[in-house]
Design a protein around this ligand. Structure first.
Ligand SMILES: [Zn+2]
Length: 298
């Protein structure tokens, strides 16, 4: 009896965690689990959404380039993604490119590897994945240090490392002709970042975002659908930078008065951002990260 009660409590708690863990609000209840959309104004760029995670694929005359497999927690997720691509094209899958090493974006790559894709990631991603040895995450075949350009069937895709930011293995993917970038977790579109702040380099992230802002692009495909499912703009990237700078400055002042972790983590507010999705649930994780920086030097 006691055990049943404890189990129920545990389930209730984990349910709460699932709810608050999302970096973006879940799509409307009637939205399908999986959704493929062609990006407006392009001939061959698509977004693929699996629940609350988003990927990109590009169909060329010489094969397909796929970003993150986004099969986390769904053993058939990679195969489902591949099946959706097969509804668009029969071209071979040439590349699978990891945005960074976090499992919630890159689990599920086996189906692509078995279909013949070369798996590419930043050097640090491979080093970390080799140690972690996650059964659902395929190791990269090739790695990138600072930069690599993939040219396939008339499409150019740049893979650019802009340093530590969200994780130490993020690759910015830029389509120069289409003026589109794919950036995961570093630049949530119109939203307050959440638990991903546990692997976040605050100082370096600001420099990374400034570097991304200096690149030539018009639209941003985020790794979680933006507010209302939209793509991002340079204004969104600038807004995210300003949000991080505001959070950093606010916590710095408190931390130097000895107010970290508490009361900052539970009580500090940034009302300017109260209307952003994720504000109530996620602000605590942002404050914790900046408390670590300014309060502990970590
Ligand atoms: Zn991440």
């Amino acid at each position: 009896m006691k055990r049943t009660v404890l189990t129920l409590i545990a389930c209730a708690l984990s349910g709460t965690h699932l709810f608050t863990q999302a970096q973006a609000p879940a799509p409307a209840a009637q939205a399908p689990q999986i959704e493929v959309k062609k990006v407006d104004g392009t001939e061959n760029v698509y977004t693929f959404r699996n629940q609350n995670s988003q990927s990109m694929f590009i169909v060329t005359s010489d094969g397909v380039i796929v970003a993150d497999p986004v099969g986390y927690g769904r053993p058939q997720g990679g195969a489902q993604y591949l099946a959706e691509i097969r509804k668009v094209t029969n071209q071979p899958i040439r590349y699978l490119i990891y945005s960074h090493h976090h499992f919630d974006h890159i689990a599920g790559g086996r189906a692509f590897k078995e279909a013949g894709a070369r798996v590419i990631a930043h050097r640090t991603a491979r080093e970390r994945l080799a140690v972690l040895n996650d059964p659902n995450t395929v190791l990269p075949d090739e790695t990138v240090n600072d930069r690599r350009t993939i040219t396939l069937g008339g499409t150019v895709l740049e893979l650019i490392y802009v340093g530590q930011n969200h994780s130490d293995s993020t690759l910015v993917m830029r389509l120069p002709k289409e003026r589109i970038i794919f950036v995961v977790d570093l630049l949530p579109v119109g939203q307050v970042p959440g638990r991903g702040m546990i692997d976040f380099y605050p100082m370096q992230a600001e420099a990374s975002i400034k570097q991304i802002l200096s690149m030539d692009w018009e639209r941003l495909i985020p790794g979680h659908p933006g507010d209302g499912g939209r793509l991002g703009t340079k204004k969104d990237a600038q807004d995210q930078l300003t949000f991080l700078q505001d959070a950093s400055a606010a916590v710095k002042a408190e931390a130097q008065q000895g107010r970290c972790w508490e009361p900052v983590e539970s009580q500090l507010k940034l009302p300017k951002y109260a209307s952003w999705p994720g504000y109530e649930a996620n602000l605590q994780f942002v404050l914790r990260r900046y408390c670590a920086l300014w309060g502990r030097g970590t």
